[in-house]
Design a protein around this ligand. Sequence first.
Ligand code: F6P
Length: 530
Amino acid sequence: MDLWETFGSRQSAIGERPILALFEDTNRAKDFSVETQHMRFDYAKTNIDRDTRADLIALAEAAGVAAKREAMFRGKKINETEGRAVLHTALRNLDGGPVVVDGQDVMPGVRVTLRRMRKFAEKVRAGVITDVVNIGIGGSDLGPAMAVAALAPYHDGPRCHFVSNVDGAHIADTLRGLDARTTLVIVASKTFTTIETMTNARTARAWMQDHGGDTKKQFAALSTALDKTAAFGIDADQVFGFEDWVGGRYSMWGPIGLSLMIAIGPDAFDVFLRGAQAMDTHFRAAAPLENMPIMLALVGIWHNQFCDYATRAVLPYDQRLSLLPAYFQQLEMESNGKRVSMDGAEVPYHTGPVVWGAAGTNGQHAFYQLIHQGTRVIPCEFMVAANGHEPELAHHHHLLMANCLAQSEALMRGRPLAQARRMMEGKGLSGDELERQARHRVFPGNRPSTTLVYERLDPFTLGQIIALYEHRVFVEGVILGINSYDQWGVELGKELATSLQPVIAGAQSTEGKDSSTAALVDYLLRHRDG
Ligand code: F6P
């Protein structure tokens, strides 16, 4: 019986065992948590026991996580379908040695670019620029947008805005009210071909030309395609290049992070890189049991592949991390939403789960009802800091922490029928009405969650958290035997959008389209103004 089968049978043996029963082991909290600098990850409130955990670790070992991890850090071309290395870790390798790709150390180039970014950011911060508009989408948007919001207390540079959607509403609403003479536009696109970004970039350029800005001085580009940034007319001095070994959703550590660097300053950006570097060092060196990314990944594999929980919720009790669920959604779903293994064979199990979530406590008043009493089990990943940045509002933070911890406890404990009946008796109900009302107040409990607690959401910790999840995705991908670093699944929609453009423009007929698409086109064209 192979390891995957072992798990199937282990999962059925566990059945409905209450997670609470595992706490008879008085060491449970200590032994089912991992600490690194300034952070603690607790997975005690899951149904993983010592034997299951040992099997999960064996599964990771059998999948070759350790060897593949080394291959990634050493610049081997582990993204086999694109023939590329996967080296976002090189972008934060501030204290490490050489990293060789195709016989060449990439670190000198990384350092030169970082120095150029620093110089540019300092100049922008010291100059007349009041607003920075980052135009990008997916990995060229979500990372810096999320991090700028997360690090608001450290933001002492110009205001930052992020335009991603090709919907003209996005750029129109963003540019309205900005002064074209004091705005810097950063066009962020790895490929410099993405239709949304290029359309928005051209619109921003026209706006700047029409409103007295200087497109030569006030446009910068972040890309691997230097020929294309030049063709767009962006001055080479204001172009920050990177290599194809940086995946879009892993790219905020280098040039794609320029808006963040301008916002918080190059020194704080360095600290952010150092946080990620600390997580890299930990991930590379720690034994599986003490390895935070590995344990986080194994909890994910247990819930998704063996317990068959199709989604997981990311629930940061941290308003400034409200974009983190969206960021992790791309990171995880674009990376591990695959259906074939490296050799092209269909995998016989589910791959990445659906990742979603929102900041607490807001989610409590929206979708937690289903998490607590719905028929599906949704593993929850809670996060909360020990400290906020508003000492004068410490009572808010106490409430925030109490709510976060209360939710994981409620999910695990639930409320049995007997207790609900007693509640209703206390309210003076009896007979059938008591029974009916009590049943609505039952919480099944036994719902798993993990909790990540950290001292404070500062640049170092944010760097650690993002790198933690990046490595989690890597480990899960290795265990699943898939390539986490390509994204062919986004191509077909793009191709069809291109073929539909002339149809929408009325220059081509809907011939060859299915009748649903043809009817929708017909409706849109008939109801279009003008
Ligand atoms: O469509 C998916 C994708 O390729 C992402 O992987 C990427 O982050 C995003 O588009 C933007 O790509 P680019 O940076 O090349 O504009």
